[in-house]
Write a protein that binds this ligand. Structure first.
Ligand code: GLV
Ligand code: MN
Ligand code: MN
Length: 416
């Protein structure tokens, strides 16, 4: 079977051009969901997609679809893409790579005048990162019927801005129906997402391609610890109920318990806020987040139970009040066997060293897997570093992943 190649240098230049929007402070990007920077990134993508002959539409969640028609215009499309929003100190490739690899696939099909039987759509999902609005992956979550549109719009950022209002402000609240087509999500033939691995495995094993078999489970919690707000100079140590000291012990407990549970579990406290936060005041409250992940759903639940019990014990011992809410559960996901094999075959035919891999990071593909056959293609990233402005890949790595995406799209979009 013929294997096709994308235009690697064009893809690389497109990635670098997108990275000029919303520059960070250390060579990466700050393009938080539904900010002015996100709008500029979306505008640039739409202009490129239109120049490539695509019809561009938006749904009510601001998800963008750039459609290249197929010989059978009404056939269910093959969808490929990812996200353009970034973390506050994000890299240039997390998400962006999957969107622009999809664009490069369409451009390459155009160069060769290759028609497909089914339409091919490049998609940009709204608020994948979950940094400004939580939980994450809400655009694909609403599209897939996992959340209602109302739930999506009602997500609130740290300043009290609602996602629905932010979407309207940047002009990306589209009209196409979402998540309810007409009784369930819009029919999609299959979904492919190319992404950087964001971890160290492919690089360490000198593999060019990760054929992603699934995504590990994730639980997010919000904790609020309250104690007694008091004077730092006059309150004797033995009568204090200091929520910051309690919260610090809880952070240590998350780390200790996760390490002791299983080597493939991870636990992180990423947000931490004290109130009122004054040098000579024992704080009244501390709020923090907990992110727990494991490929095994049962073990993830055990880990969550242990962390909850430990935090409860600490607050009890110290006379503090603890509120610990689970705000999100994303179950472990297995991708579609046929799509996974299609990707493995495309990698094999191109002669790329490849291996199966479970994704440590969350992706929109998780929610798409609930409504259509889904798979992901990983490429290595330098030192496995991501969610960091230093995140890096090479043009060759970008090109290899896009080649596998191109050939996988061709196979799927020509299926009856
Ligand atoms: C998204 O990037 C996540 O894995 O949290
Ligand atoms: Mn991502
Ligand atoms: Mn990310």
């Amino acid at each position: 079977m013929a294997t096709y190649q994308v235009n690697q240098s064009r893809l690389w230049q497109t990635l670098l051009d997108m990275a000029k929007i919303g520059p960070g402070v250390a060579g990466g990007n700050r393009r938080l969901a539904l900010t002015e920077e996100d709008r500029q990134g979306r505008d640039l993508f739409c202009s490129w997609a239109k120049a490539a002959g695509c019809t561009v539409t938006m749904d009510g969640m601001g998800n963008i679809f750039a459609r290249r028609p197929g010989r059978k215009p009404a056939a269910d499309p093959v969808l490929t893409g990812s996200h353009l929003d970034t973390q506050p100190t994000g890299g240039r490739f997390d998400g962006v790579y999957g969107v622009l690899a999809g664009l490069e696939v369409v451009r390459s099909l155009n160069d060769r005048k290759l028609e497909t039987s089914r339409p091919v759509e490049i998609v940009v999902w709204t608020n994948e990162e979950g940094s400004r609005f939580q939980p994450a992956m809400v655009g694909s979550g609403v599209f897939s019927g996992r959340f209602t549109l109302e739930e999506g719009y009602n997500q609130v950022d740290a300043d009290g801005v609602k996602l629905g209002d932010a979407l309207e402000k940047i002009g990306y609240k589209g009209t196409a129906r979402v998540g309810e087509w007409p009784a369930g999500p819009r029919p999609i033939h299959s979904y492919l997402e190319a992404h950087i691995e964001q971890g160290p495995i492919l690089e360490a094993e000198r593999k060019t391609i990760g054929v992603v078999s699934g995504i590990q489970g994730v639980k997010w919690f919000k904790a609020r610890v309250t104690g007694m707000n008091a004077h730092a100079g006059t309150t004797p140590m033995e009568v204090r109920r200091d929520p910051l000291v309690g919260a610090a012990r809880m952070v240590q407990a998350v780390d200790r318990i996760t390490r002791a549970t299983r080597p493939d579990c991870v636990g992180t406290v990423g947000e931490f806020k004290v109130g009122p936060g004054s040098i000579n005041v024992i704080n009244a409250e501390v709020r923090f987040s907990i992110d727990l992940r494991c490929p095994d759903g049962g073990v993830l639940q055990e880990l969550a139970d242990r962390v909850r019990a430990a935090c409860g014990e600490i607050s009890g011992e110290m006379g503090l009040a603890l509120q610990l809410d689970e705000i999100w559960y994303s179950e472990p996901t297995e991708f579609d066997d046929k799509v996974v094999r299609t990707i493995a075959q495309a990698a094999g035919q191109a002669g790329y060293p490849a291996r199966r891999i479970v994704s440590g990071a969350g992706h929109d593909a998780k929610y798409l897997a609930g409504i259509c056959p889904t798979g992901m293609i990983f490429i290595p990233c330098e030192n496995g570093i991501s969610h960091n402005e230093a995140e890096n890949i090479t043009a060759e790595q970008a090109g290899a992943g896009a080649n596998v995406l191109l050939n996988s799209v061709l196979t799927l979009a020509n299926e009856e």
